[in-house]
Design a protein around this ligand. Structure first.
Ligand SMILES: Cc1cc2nc3c(=O)[nH]c(=O)nc-3n(C[C@H](O)[C@H](O)[C@H](O)COP(=O)(O)O)c2cc1C
Length: 349
């Protein structure tokens, strides 16, 4: 085994990162298991209330290893067209009815705006700082980046293009998470209306490091140790994995999602706005196939519109109506301890 390259940005021995996965998969146990095996790991601050995130952060501090917190940057600008949202609600109503969800009632309760508690979460991270804060879905306000850095936190911004990388440098980021199109879950694209074209994360990393000197964590499509080596060779300082951890013992992934990742019915992934109104990569299932072409650009309104339907689908084992987030490396996702995944990824380092 060759010498392991250090990851000075994150302070770990291994240049590996357990990516943040909001909505259940990231747990304190997953954080402990992956950091214990030598990786860096993020808590997923998205979707949580500020109070529950504060509690997680407090408990994560009790562990022996440094960790990060990931936040969703709220959208700015006008909200989506209510008529487009209503039309989409009519379209997906039969899927909702299959789980006894009254979509008219849900539509009436969809919030016009939702900033995911951004200000309260930034405040809590100023009161109780963590080694690293990462932000996704857009450019965080420069004043918040400065305030978080003033506490001693390293601030990373997720980018998907060299233009976003240059803008993140401008607003004071310490480093970048370069997310390639093969990544599972939501794309961090700053423009949810754009088509996230297929391509490799290595190419995305190479394009970004040619544009800015900021250190890069590469994410997206990792299916094993060879992909880690390729991304480090492309110029990344560390490599993040999400999908490969989804089936591990310590992940909080639902049973329906776990099983789908190993189900021969689901062979491919696609980028879709069908579940949330923002591009995200998922296993291709019935809901995606029926509605992808019709989904409006409306995050987080579509997320709220489909949430109860998805919750019931998960509980009922209905993988055809669940957002089965997965990256292109999903076939490499194994069961067992998360530490084994970290060790397997480090095999060629
Ligand atoms: C289930 C799931 C949830 C995710 N949630 C988040 C999140 O809360 N914040 C974030 O920045 N990225 C999120 N992502 C993206 C990951 O952080 C990471 O970029 C991606 O998993 C890397 O690609 P891979 O899945 O192919 O390894 C999520 C990915 C998955 C699969």
């Amino acid at each position: 085994m060759a010498r392991t390259a250090p990851a000075p940005l994150l302070g770990t021995d291994l240049p590996l990162v357990a990516a943040p996965m909001a909505g259940g998969p990231t747990t304190l146990d997953l954080l402990a298991a992956t950091t214990g095996a030598g990786a860096f790991a993020f808590l997923a601050g998205g979707y949580q209330t500020p109070d529950s995130l504060a509690d997680q952060v407090r408990r994560a501090h009790e562990g022996a290893h440094p960790f990060g917190v990931n936040l969703f940057v709220p959208a700015t600008g006008p909200g989506p067209d209510p008529a487009a949202l209503a039309a989409y609600a009519r379209r997906i109503a039969p899927d909702a009815a299959a789980h006894d969800v009254d979509l008219d009632a849900v539509l009436a309760s969809v919030p016009a705006t939702d900033d995911d508690g951004w200000a309260a979460k930034v405040d809590l991270l100023r009161r109780d700082p963590v080694p690293v804060v990462s932000c996704t879905f857009g450019p965080p306000p420069a004043a918040d980046v400065a305030a978080l850095r003033a506490t001693g936190s390293v601030v990373l911004v997720t980018v998907t293009t060299p233009q976003e990388a240059a803008a993140a440098e401008e607003l004071g980021a310490d480093g970048l998470v370069v997310q390639g199109p093969g990544a599972g879950g939501h794309s961090g694209t700053w423009d949810p209306a754009r088509t996230v074209a297929d391509g490799t994360t290595a190419d995305a990393v190479a394009a970004v490091v040619a544009r800015t000197p900021l250190p890069v964590v590469a994410a997206g499509g990792v299916d094993g140790p060879a992909a880690v080596t390729r991304l480090l060779q492309a110029g990344a300082q560390a490599v993040a994995v999400g999908t490969l951890l989804l089936r591990t013992d310590e992940a909080g992934t639902s049973r329906t999602h776990r099983d789908a990742l190993a189900d021969p019915r689901f062979t491919t992934t696609a980028m879709t706005r069908a579940f949330s109104g923002r591009p995200a990569r998922a296993l291709v299932n019935g809901f995606l196939t029926r509605h992808d072409a019709h989904a409006p650009v409306a995050y987080p309104q579509v997320h709220h519109l489909t949430r109860e339907l998805r919750r019931r689908a998960a509980a009922a084992g209905d993988a055809e109506r669940l957002h089965l987030w997965a990256g292109t490396g999903h076939r490499g996702a194994t069961t067992g301890p998360a530490a084994d995944v970290v060790r397997a990824l480090a095999a060629d380092l």
